[in-house]
Design a protein around this ligand. Sequence first.
Ligand SMILES: NC(=O)C1=CN([C@@H]2O[C@H](COP(=O)(O)OP(=O)(O)OC[C@H]3O[C@@H](n4cnc5c(N)ncnc54)[C@H](O)[C@@H]3O)[C@@H](O)[C@H]2O)C=CC1
Ligand SMILES: O=C(O)CCC(=O)C(=O)O
Length: 438
Amino acid sequence: MLRRSMLASTSPFFGLACCRGRGFREYAMSSKTSLEKSRIKFLLLEGIHPSAVEVLRGAGYTNIESLPGALPDAELKAKIADVHFLGIRSRTQLTAEVFAAAQKLVAAGCFCIGTNQVDLEAAREHGVAVFNAPYSNTRSVAELVLAEAILLLRGVPEKSAVAHRGGWLKSAENAFEIRGKTLGIVGYGSIGAQLSVLAEALGMKVAFYDVVTKLPLGNAHQVRELHQLLAQSDIVTLHVPETQATQWMIGAAEIAAMKPGAILINASRGTVVEIEPLAAALKQKKLLGAAIDVFPVEPRTNKDEFQSPLRGLDNVILTPHIGGSTMEAQANIGLEVAEKLVKYSDNGTSTSSVNFPEVALPAHPGKHRLLHIHRNVPGVLSEINRIFSDNNINISSQFLQTNEKIGYVVTDIDAAYSDLALEKLAKVNGTIRSRVLF
Ligand SMILES: NC(=O)C1=CN([C@@H]2O[C@H](COP(=O)(O)OP(=O)(O)OC[C@H]3O[C@@H](n4cnc5c(N)ncnc54)[C@H](O)[C@@H]3O)[C@@H](O)[C@H]2O)C=CC1
Ligand SMILES: O=C(O)CCC(=O)C(=O)O
């Protein structure tokens, strides 16, 4: 079966022609058709900050659609068919079926840290590079968690709720300073470590649990077992990614292992905490309070109803997944991810992609650049180079990088040969996608 997906440009320095193969034994053909840079379509979902649009426009891309919310699955599949670059945040699920419907998709940008909403394996299979912003909202999450810890230790959510209903809960009972308390951090990565520093500055003791041995910052110390951490912490805060290992990692047994009167904060992912036992522990006052920013099921848009067994509990701070939602973080994320998409589109640089081999590429003035993405099986590079030598095509530079699943080879050649070379490269066994930039 032949599949065709082609883009090209009449611009002397930008062009993109791509074709995809499906399956190890299948192949694809290409021919270039004229496509202005302005026709390369960007779809940005979930209210991505306008800084992203500025970056894209500054780079000459004008075909940009930016929508405030996530799209229902069927609408996304229909809309994505003619999209070359997609921007999402945490709500859009990019499944294998969505990638199958995205025949022209070259890259997806997650304008956030987490990439659990993307089937990265399927993206690789379809030759779609995925990028994110691994650090831009770290500080925002850490600040929110610290603020919540202080408010919960003072019982502010409950006292505020009572006052809103006309009551007056002036009391020091169950109200504590944060100084001297133990913060237990689960997941000592970027956010966990940042939080550790801020917490120590407030006089807290910090302990952490992580599957990887980490260098403790300041006076923090790592504990070997999760339950050990839970038993010693006044406040437990979760900063792990969504993985099989972190799914429901805090359930009834873990809540039971926490100190009586402790606080639980989750600004990681909604699948990390089982909500029913948490709600029960809060109602029974086993836990003093909780702050939950992420939920097993979150509304798709701000117009949809939020449902949770935690609703109505005064000692719980409920926030709508806004850990990273500050103007500073969103503006920085917009710049960072848009720049990554532009670099990948303009010259093939895949640095910091989360699913692709990383190649940092120099400019290629006067040359056509062939990008070839293939399954990482023996013999592909030699087959590619045989094509160049058999057809007397001189290579001016070549870059190869692989990961365990795919290889990414970039070859700069004279313009006169790029049509021929692209057509032949697309037939190489194991080809997932090839394109040419000029
Ligand atoms: N609420 C929000 O708006 C936001 C939520 N997040 C979430 O926070 C998570 C953490 O972010 P970062 O700190 O930047 O990630 P990171 O990758 O820097 O750190 C994650 C840490 O968790 C550890 N870890 C992984 N699996 C573990 C396990 N089973 N048990 C214990 N530790 C484990 C890792 O070794 C690593 O040290 C993100 O993956 C994302 O899901 C991130 C930003 C904003
Ligand atoms: O801001 C968002 O939509 C998602 C933030 C988040 O959870 C992340 O960065 O992983």
